[in-house]
Design a protein around this ligand. Structure first.
Ligand code: KG4
Ligand code: ZN
Length: 361
């Protein structure tokens, strides 16, 4: 089954065709990050305007690459139904203006092309990056292992941080999450305090990597400048707002140079990833999953991937899974994959964007 995925929850306009929930036939992402870098963060209306500009070209590009849809400039092209079986679209959470562009476009195309339409939660969608493989980069499929249930998943994105157990597809139990800021938001906000650009996660990650390459690996253990909130609490909650305030206080009246920025980046990255790894392993010890799935934009962070991979390696009977970095950040391939494994089409007039959706909705 070939599903066209559409994802417009924030500042990426994405479309992808995925075969049987696993094989990526096309994956197109247009990002408006450069525009938001100029304003130091996302202005929702600007993001929505960019979504409108990109949505049709991105979808048609994905169909051209994925199922060889022939296009010309004639408006009647829209009536050429492509050889796909269904359309999947992110309905939330996210920015309402951005979400509406994807949802309303998907509804129109589903109506015109007479294709079933599957609404997808962006957060559970992220988890399915672990079912995907790219025909170009994984030709032999040797690198790809299908995760076994029950799975423990850590979903870390710009606006959410959740630990969940999956007994099977669509059988999800929430274990814990952030009480305040999300992990990605903490990267973004502290990066701004350091004068690094938007988006902050990749900027801090790069700056920290520069620092760590000049120090021995054992040096990581000495990075303890910032607090690790809730670490000694026997639950699966996270809290990052105190860490953010601590960075703010530390940087007050400090003159920053590039060496200091690198050092602070490594300290911030170590504090955030310590919290994420500690609670993940606590949950893994209690729930004894067969697989651990790391997902969401922050899963692109090299240090987090390394620390979690090493920690899960020591756990008998549990495999570690994380997708290549470009499949962790927002794209539509995991939306199509989610729809394949949780195939619940809905009438187009019952599908609405919901910016407040939680991971268990
Ligand atoms: O999932 P995502 O692409 O979009 C949302 O659904 O929010 O996640 C975006 C978040 C941003 O906060 C971004 O700074 C963070 O993921 N991020 C990273 C890295 N790449 C993206 N954080 C740390 N290290 C990275 N390499
Ligand atoms: Zn996301």
């Amino acid at each position: 089954m070939k599903i066209l995925g559409i994802e417009t929850s924030c500042d990426e306009t994405a479309a992808s065709v995925v075969l049987n929930g696993t094989k990526i036939l096309s994956n197109i992402v247009a990002s408006s990050k450069k525009i938001h870098a100029k304003t130091g963060g996302i202005i929702p209306e600007n993001a929505a305007r960019q979504q409108i500009k990109s949505i049709i070209p991105v979808i048609f590009q994905a169909l051209k690459q994925g199922v060889n849809l022939k296009l010309n400039r004639s408006p009647s092209t829209i009536y050429n139904s492509p050889t796909i079986d269904a359309i999947a679209v992110t309905i939330g959470p996210g920015l309402i203006g951005s979400l509406l562009v994807g949802v309303e476009t998907a509804k129109s195309l589903s109506y015109i092309w007479k294709k079933p339409l599957i609404p997808v939660n962006h957060l559970t969608g992220h988890i399915y990056s672990n079912w995907l493989y790219d025909l170009k980069s994984h030709k032999q499929n040797t690198l790809h292992k299908t995760p076994n249930f029950p799975s423990l998943a850590l979903v870390v994105s710009g606006g959410h941080t959740d630990l969940v157990m999956l007994k099977g597809h669509n059988k999800i139990k929430w274990l814990g999450g952030t009480l305040d800021d999300a992990a990605g938001e903490t990267f973004d906000k502290t990066a701004r305090l350091l004068g690094l650009g938007y988006p902050g996660g990749p900027a801090i990650s790069k700056s920290a990597d520069d620092y760590l390459t000049h120090h021995s690996t054992s040096f990581n253990k000495k990075l303890s400048l910032f607090p690790r909130p809730l670490l000694n609490k026997n639950n699966f909650d996270f809290s990052f707002s105190g860490l953010k305030t601590s960075v703010l206080n530390e940087l007050k009246h400090k003159k920053l140079n590039s060496k200091k920025i690198q050092m602070y980046s490594a300290e911030i990255q170590e504090a955030i990833t310590d919290c994420l790894v500690h609670k993940s392993i606590l949950a893994a010890k209690m729930y004894k999953p067969k697989s651990f799935l790391l997902a969401g934009g922050v899963a692109a962070n090299r240090r987090l991937r390394h620390k979690l991979r090493s920690a899960v390696k020591n756990m008998k009977g549990c495999t570690f899974h994380v997708a290549p970095a470009d499949l962790c950040t927002d794209n539509a391939a995991y939306i199509a994959s989610h729809a394949f494994f949780n195939y619940h089409p809905a009438p187009w007039d019952r599908i609405t964007a919901n910016p407040q959706l939680s991971i268990t909705d």
